[in-house]
Ligand binder design. Structure first.
Ligand code: WTA
Length: 638
């Protein structure tokens, strides 16, 4: 374990691992396919467009313009046709959505079931006066009615605006107001740790504070009891369906560049920003990457553990897999209930082929112990994926060995709400994997790392990751940079590109610390700490004290960790070895957990407030607010 904890010099990470011959043989995309795709940009993306069913084919693959340009101009399509109708010939009785509810309920929708319910609900929405271009807000937990409502909106050309169910009334109201959305589909409530959460009350409060009128509210009845009464104007989802039993709705032809949905990025700081995704480019990009990177096949059972409220759930739980005719699993529960082996039990019971999750989850699994995955038959798994944060090498290896049995390739996929779909990843049947590095840009994607002067840089400390050519999943009106008549999109991510073109994300621009004269990615430092045996996760914050910076390391430990003093010593050693003595944090705070938002992102701002001994800012986005007090007392003991 000790060798493995050295980040920069570990030969195992530097050399990486090749995908097995068995995987490569069956992969959707071979080296030859990748080379063929790599051809002339932007025409290569025409192949992704060909994976869709067009009501009217596009006149071109791409048309450039000052704001980045348009994909598939002239094309007309409807996303519900791609995700539902076109599968009826070959797989009407195959499961499209497999739902596992929080109370152990199971519901399966075949593609034919999905077709009927999407049509009936689309007819229901229309009967309420909702038409093409109207924004419909969807505020529901992980229940099948959520993807069904998304597809029903798509069918009538009404862009959806999914708001994560855990958001407060104020956050919902803000998003409805910004989206100018007069229609809401929500539910009466849902269960959390056995208690009923009254979602409808939050929705009602939000509607009261939206300055415009909310014309129609549809309510899915999720709770078993009758404790939540529907309001006077509210419609029950089931009644609306019943009133349109057997209805079929002609899919509305949408231009490739009409918005399919809008989504607000879940900032851990600052204001929510609206991102509008297109119908043609987005769906082509989602479909192609689900095929090429996640290697999905129609006969697969696939599980993406993200919530539909975030972009990952939109692209890789709903649109990508359904467009390919795959069985997509939707799990309402939590990973540690009733037991910490819940995820592995579900993978075994459902014979899941491909599992896509986030580093924060993988590190939690690690912390709970390998005995949980080890006690299940996970041999159905063929491929593993990760998204959302850098996946540190020790977590990579743990995932590879204990979940993938040393045989499943791992795709560490980099992308953002703004990019709509994956831009950086190894191709699982083609490229060597290098733990800690996401991989090269996909064929048809170009990136560069730029320094403070905006020029490309190869500096060791990296620079901002920029996408230097438009990509199909790009949203409408993205803030791009126009330089010498070249358009590019510069991200907030700090990254470095190695000699093989592999990108390592070092942190976000808002997540860097300065020690001495060095700018360090917090991720780099966190990785050096997290890779020490006994450490589950680490978060670095720097606190400015006059002109001096002081670095705090908040460290969450394994359930079975040793004495703090020894751990501290070994962390210090590892930081010294992998980065340098200057980078060793002044203050260590050991804690059972780090504060996380409901989407699983570390709430760094809060740690900064704690370290600064400042008044805490807004903590309403926290999943584990109780940890704040514990961290404070741990800090007081320091
Ligand atoms: C980070 C989630 C390292 C990155 C799809 C990005 C990653 C932000 C990775 C977007 C990865 C995502 N390695 N960092 N594989 N994937 N990120 O909008 O900082 O919720 O800019 O989209 O997550 O987060 P968002």
């Amino acid at each position: 374990m000790d060798d493995e904890s050295v980040v920069e010099t570990n030969p195992r990470d530097r050399d990486g691992v090749d995908p097995s011959a068995a995987f490569a043989e069956q992969a959707n995309v071979s080296a030859a396919d990748a080379a063929a795709f790599e051809g002339e940009w932007p025409d290569c993306w025409g192949r992704a467009g060909e994976m869709l069913e067009w009501l009217d084919p596009p006149e071109a693959t791409f048309e450039s313009a000052g704001d980045g340009g348009r994909w598939f101009p002239g094309g007309q399509l409807n996303a519900s046709v791609d995700c539902v109708d076109r599968h009826l010939d070959d797989r009407k009785t195959q499961a499209a959505i497999k739902w596992i509810g929080k109370r152990g309920e199971r519901r399966t929708y075949t593609y034919l079931d999905l077709y009927h319910e999407v049509n009936e609900f689309a007819a229901g929405l229309r009967s309420l006066g909702i038409g093409e271009g109207d924004v419909v807000t969807l505020y529901m937990p992980a229940i099948p009615e959520l993807p069904i409502a998304m597809l029903a909106c798509a069918r009538i050309g009404a862009p959806h605006n999914v708001v994560f169910a855990g958001f407060s009334a104020a956050a919902l109201a803000e998003r409805m107001e910004r989206a100018d959305s007069e229609y809401l589909v929500t539910c009466d409530g849902y269960y959390r740790r056995g208690n009923a959460i009254h979602q409808k009350n939050k929705a009602d409060n939000a509607c009261l504070s939206v300055p415009h009128e909310v014309t129609e509210t549809v309510v899915v009845e999720r709770l078993d009891d009758e404790s939540v009464q529907l309001g006077e104007g509210d419609r029950a989802y089931d009644d609306l369906l019943a009133a349109h039993r057997g209805a079929e709705v002609d899919p509305v032809a949408r231009a490739a560049n009409d918005p399919l949905f809008l989504i607000y990025t879940s900032g851990t700081t600052g204001e929510p920003t609206e991102v509008r995704h297109t119908t043609g480019g987005y769906l082509a990009h989602a479909t192609w990457t689900s095929h090429a990177v996640l290697d999905l096949k129609p006969e697969d059972t696939y599980w993406c553990s993200a919530d539909i409220g975030w972009i990952t759930g939109h692209t890789y739980l709903v649109y990508g897999p359904l467009s390919l005719g795959t069985t997509t699993m939707l799990y309402e529960g939590t990973p540690d209930h009733p037991e910490k082996d819940r995820v592995w039990e579900l993978i075994e019971r459902n014979a899941v082929d491909v599992f896509y999750t986030a580093p924060t989850a993988i590190r939690a699994f690690m912390k709970w112990g390998a005995e949980h995955p080890d006690s299940h038959d996970l041999s159905s798994l063929r491929l593993l994926g990760s998204v959302g944060e850098p996946l540190n090498p020790s977590a990579w290896w743990w995932y590879y060995e204990h979940v993938g049995g040393g045989e499943c390739p791992i795709v560490d996929t980099w992308w953002q709400t703004e990019t709509g779909a994956i831009l950086l990843s190894t191709l699982p049947g083609v490229d060597r994997m290098k733990p800690g590095s996401t991989g090269p840009p996909l064929p048809g994607i170009d990136v560069a790392v730029v320094g403070p002067d905006g020029e490309e840089t190869t500096a060791a400390e990296g620079g901002r990751l920029a996408v230097t050519r438009p990509w199909p999943g790009m949203p409408l009106s993205l803030d791009g940079d126009e330089r010498a008549d070249e358009w590019r999109y510069v991200t907030e991510d700090i990254a470095r590109i190695d000699e093989d073109g592999y990108v390592t994300v070092l942190g976000r621009i808002d997540d860097t610390v300065t020690v001495g004269n060095h700018r360090l990615g917090t991720t780099e430092l966190e990785r050096a700490i997290a890779d020490v045996a006994g450490v589950a996760e680490a978060a670095i914050v720097d606190v400015r004290d006059g002109s001096d910076n002081s670095i705090f390391a908040f460290v969450s430990t394994d359930d079975r960790h040793e004495a703090e003093r020894d751990l501290r010593e070994r962390i210090t050693d590892n930081v010294e070895r992998s980065i340098g003595t200057f980078a060793v944090p002044e203050t260590f705070v050991f804690t059972p957990e780090l504060p996380k938002t409901r989407s699983g992102k570390l709430m760094r701002r809060l740690l900064k407030d704690i370290a600064d001994d400042d008044e805490l800012g807004d903590t309403s986005a926290l999943r584990n607010p109780e940890i704040v007090g514990e961290i404070r007392s741990a800090l007081d003991r320091e």
